[in-house]
Design a protein around this ligand. Structure first.
Ligand SMILES: [Zn+2]
Length: 248
């Protein structure tokens, strides 16, 4: 029996009354869990098996799944569901983890980032893009792909004027190195400063970070491309919803 905090990433119904969940846990990383009888009236698992919910789980390992023996809800982050933007960005940060982390590989920094991210998102009323961009750059850094922003990632020279961001190489390219990645995207010094500020500011002090909206959009676009390339995916379904309602 393993006792661990965990956050439900997604849930699908299984047979009449059960659910299969992906949970990101503090002790085990991402695990697939069978919640037997979660749909039964008065089931004690009803609350703890909903997406976003943080609980203390008592898990038992079976052949194909973990099984929930017991659970105590710590925070449902319910207010994420009360606002459209919170909910879409919330599903996005769940999807980020779901699609980019291997099963049963513990990463406490990722767990704590998710937990803090949901807490802050549940109270957020504005500056959603700034929050998301900060979350993205921290997330990809904690996965081991922190972008190289101080010098040219290829020749290590200091960059004085024009530069591009290369997703393939994971950082900035100076003008002389443009030819090593023709898909690199032109960026400017505001982009680099903004990205550094987002990377090194805590998620709960983003009010102190000032970035123009056009720069934020460009940071988000570059990070999204960089993340998708590194995790070998084409898209995030949760962001398609935003595109379809014209928020991006
Ligand atoms: Zn260079």
């Amino acid at each position: 029996m393993i006792k661990t905090e965990g956050i439900v990433l997604n849930e699908i119904r299984y047979k009449e009354t059960s659910k299969i969940l992906n949970i990101y846990t503090k002790e085990l990383g991402k695990v697939t869990v069978m919640a037997q009888g979660a749909f039964r009236p008065k089931s004690s698992l009803m609350a703890s098996t909903q997406s976003f919910t943080l609980s203390e789980f008592y898990l038992k390992k079976g052949r194909n799944f973990y099984y929930i023996n017991n659970s105590d809800v710590l925070d449902s982050y319910y207010s994420i569901r009360e606002n459209m933007e919170r909910m879409i960005y919330g599903f996005y940060i769940l999807e980020l983890i779901e699609k980019s982390t291997p099963f049963e590989e513990e990463n406490e920094r990722i767990f704590l980032l998710l937990k803090k991210g949901l807490k802050i998102l549940s109270e957020l009323d504005r500056d959603f893009l700034k929050f998301v961009a900060a979350y993205e750059v921290k997330f990809i850094s904690f996965l081991g792909y922190r972008p190289y922003l101080n010098r040219c990632v290829n020749c290590n020279k200091e960059i004085k004027s024009d530069m591009k961001f290369s997703s393939i190489n994971g950082g900035l390219l100076c003008e002389e190195c443009y030819s090593i990645d023709l898909s690199a995207k032109s960026v400017d010094s505001l982009f680099v400063k903004g990205l550094n500020d987002l990377l090194y500011s805590s998620l709960d002090s983003l009010d102190d970070v000032n970035i123009f909206n056009t720069t934020l959009k460009s940071i988000h676009d570059v990070l999204l491309n960089y993340i998708l390339l590194n995790i070998e995916r084409k898209e995030f379904k949760s962001l398609n919803i935003l595109n379809s309602i014209g928020e991006f």
